[in-house]
Every structure is written in structure tokens, then in C-alpha cells.
Design a protein around this ligand. Structure first.
Ligand SMILES: Nc1ncnc2c1ncn2[C@@H]1O[C@H](COP(=O)(O)OP(=O)(O)OP(=O)(O)O)[C@@H](O)[C@H]1O
Ligand SMILES: [Mg+2]
Length: 298
């Protein structure tokens, strides 16, 4: 998009979103900076559980798309899958935060995640934005099986991303990626993967300008529940060791640190909804927790 057209479009769109006056001046340089760049946004299943969050969130994605910022959506669905399993009489089980995935559970996961992709895509369509689903039927990410001795079944580690599929995709389509991945051996086996890891693998392979993991908390919280706006590698490791960072937050922080090391410029964990995505990208203050390299020598 030529710069003048872009700026005119941006001004108009930002005003529609109450980005006026000083906020508008603040946003313009970010729009120029990110135009044509790729941002990977992982939407936690925890965010999607509250349906009232979805319109504001998808409104932001559609808005950034219209400004020429390329957003790749990845989503989880842990709670939704657990509920579906219970409905059919299966008991959700996990080992060290990873879901035990039998062939039956994998089948349900593929079904539930496709439904979630379509829920997100349906909301995009309301904004006139089309989408393309990557998952079991169109494999973008391939994994290796985790050590069978762990007893996890069809759970994998993402190791390869077919970036050409993203490059070849019609620019008008927003990619929506779910966490059922293919096998690196090229056979028909599929693996269930933590969606944070899938998002990280994609961001690293591109490499993306930003990786944003959106969840149901404001960011990483300290032992008093206070938000930490920036975290270094060593601070994060210390918080995992002391147990302050636990459960579903562990794969998230590890994904951010790995992605930073692999060349993704910025990695953030933010709260879902309430236009937090747009605020994170287009304002100076940002929201949530940002990961930064350790200061050398310190
Ligand atoms: N130090 C911490 N700061 C913030 N949250 C933490 C911390 N330690 C553990 N958590 C937990 O991590 C949770 C977020 O991870 P969780 O896996 O539940 O959500 P998600 O990844 O967004 O959803 P899904 O796994 O379905 O994609 C928070 O709701 C919180 O309970
Ligand atoms: Mg999670």
C-alpha cells in the first residue's frame, strides 16, 4: 500500500476505534513500522472460553489486517476439549501439564479445534475478512512424537513449519492454525501439541516481527500477584525454579524465551479481549509482560 494511502486509511480506521488526538499520533509510526510484517498471535483457549471477549479481539485482528499488518492466528482449546471429553464419558488426564492423548482423544481434539478455528473465522467474516484453516486437513506444522516412555500417546514436539504455505497463501486470507499437527515422518499420524509451542515454532520459522501469547491473566505475575512488565531470561528461570511461574504459564514463558533466542524481535504475554492486542501493537506503553535478553555482564 503506498504510504499516503496507508496513512489516510489508518487515520480513518483509527478514528473509528477512538484512537484520536495524541493516541493517533502515537499509533502512526507503529503502523508504518509493522506494515507488511508478520505477527503471530496465539489466542488461549482460556480467552475463547468467555465468548464475550471474542468480538473485540477479532475486531482488532481485522483492523490490523486492513492496515496491511499480517497476523497469523494460532489457538488453543484445552478447556473446550476437556469438556467435550467429559460429555462422551472420557476422563481428561495429564502428566506434567501435558494431556494424555489416545487415538480417541486425538480425534476429539481435531473436531473441537476445527470448531474453534471456525468460530474465530466466523467472527472475522463479519468484518469481511476471509480465513484459511491449518490443522489436520492442511498441515502447516509437523512434530516428532514425545518419548513413548512418558505414556502421553499422540503428543508431539513441533519441529518443522512449511513456511512456503504461508508465503503462498492469498494475502487476503488470515491463517488460523490449530494445535493438531502432522508428523515429521510424512505419514498420516497426527500429534496434539501445546498451542504455545505451535505458535513459537511458527514465529521462529518465519521469523516473525512479534510473537504475542494472549491468555486469561494480565501477563506474568509475581508471588504477590503483581504484573511484571519485563522479564529477562535469568529472572524467568528463577521464577520457574521457585514455583511462582507454574502450570500453563511454563510453556508460555519458555516459548517466548526460545523465540527471542531464535531471532523473533519481540515476545509478549498479554490478557485477552478489551482491545489489548491493538494497544500492545500501536501504543508506546504496551501491556502485559515483555521478554528481554539479560543485560550482558549482569
Ligand atoms: N506466575 C504466573 N503468572 C500468571 N499466571 C500464572 C502464573 N503461574 C501459573 N499461571 C497460570 O497460567 C494460566 C495460563 O495458562 P493456561 O494454559 O491455563 O491458559 P492458555 O494457554 O491461555 O489456554 P490454552 O492452554 O487452552 O491455550 C493462568 O490462568 C494462571 O492460572
Ligand atoms: Mg495453555
Amino acid at each position: 500500500m503506498p504510504e499516503l494511502v496507508l496513512l489516510r486509511t489508518a487515520r480513518q480506521l483509527l478514528k473509528e476505534h477512538d484512537f484520536d488526538g495524541p493516541k493517533l499520533r502515537e499509533a502512526i509510526p507503529y503502523i508504518t513500522k509493522f506494515q507488511g510484517k508478520k505477527i503471530v498471535l496465539k489466542i488461549g483457549g482460556s480467552v475463547l472460553d468467555d465468548l464475550s471477549q471474542i468480538p473485540a479481539l477479532i475486531d482488532d485482528v481485522a483492523f490490523l489486517k486492513r492496515l496491511g499488518i499480517r497476523v497469523i492466528l494460532v489457538h488453543g482449546g484445552a478447556k473446550q476439549l476437556s469438556r467435550r471429553m467429559e460429555e462422551v464419558g472420557l476422563k481428561p488426564q495429564s502428566i506434567n501439564g501435558l494431556r494424555v492423548t489416545t487415538a480417541e482423544v486425538l480425534e476429539l481434539a481435531a473436531e473441537v479445534f476445527t470448531g474453534i478455528s471456525d468460530l474465530i473465522g466466523g467472527e472475522l467474516k463479519k468484518h469481511g475478512v476471509r480465513y484459511h484453516r491449518f490443522g489436520r486437513e492442511d498441515v502447516l506444522v509437523r512434530s516428532t512424537r514425545m518419548d513413548p516412555a512418558l505414556g502421553l500417546g499422540f503428543v508431539g514436539n513441533p519441529v518443522a513449519v512449511d513456511v512456503t504455505k504461508l508465503d503462498d497463501l492469498d494475502e487476503e486470507l488470515v491463517p488460523i492454525v490449530s494445535a493438531v499437527t502432522g508428523s515429521v515422518d510424512g505419514d498420516a499420524t497426527c500429534f496434539n501439541v501445546n498451542a504455545d509451542d505451535v505458535a513459537g515454532a511458527i514465529a521462529e520459522a518465519i521469523p516473525a516481527e512479534k510473537l504475542i501469547l494472549m491468555t486469561d491473566v494480565k501477563g506474568v505475575l509475581d508471588e504477590n500477584g503483581t504484573l511484571l512488565s519485563t522479564l529477562t531470561f535469568s529472572q524467568t528461570e528463577a521464577m520457574i525454579a521457585s514455583g511462582v511461574i507454574a502450570g500453563g504459564m511454563i510453556p508460555k514463558v519458555r516459548t517466548c524465551l526460545d523465540a527471542l533466542e531464535a531471532g523473533v524481535t519481540k515476545c509478549h504475554i498479554i490478557l485477552g479481549g478489551a482491545h489489548s492486542f491493538m494497544d500492545e501493537i500501536l501504543t508506546d506503553r504496551g501491556v502485559g509482560t515483555e521478554f528481554v535478553a539479560d543485560v550482558s555482564g549482569g
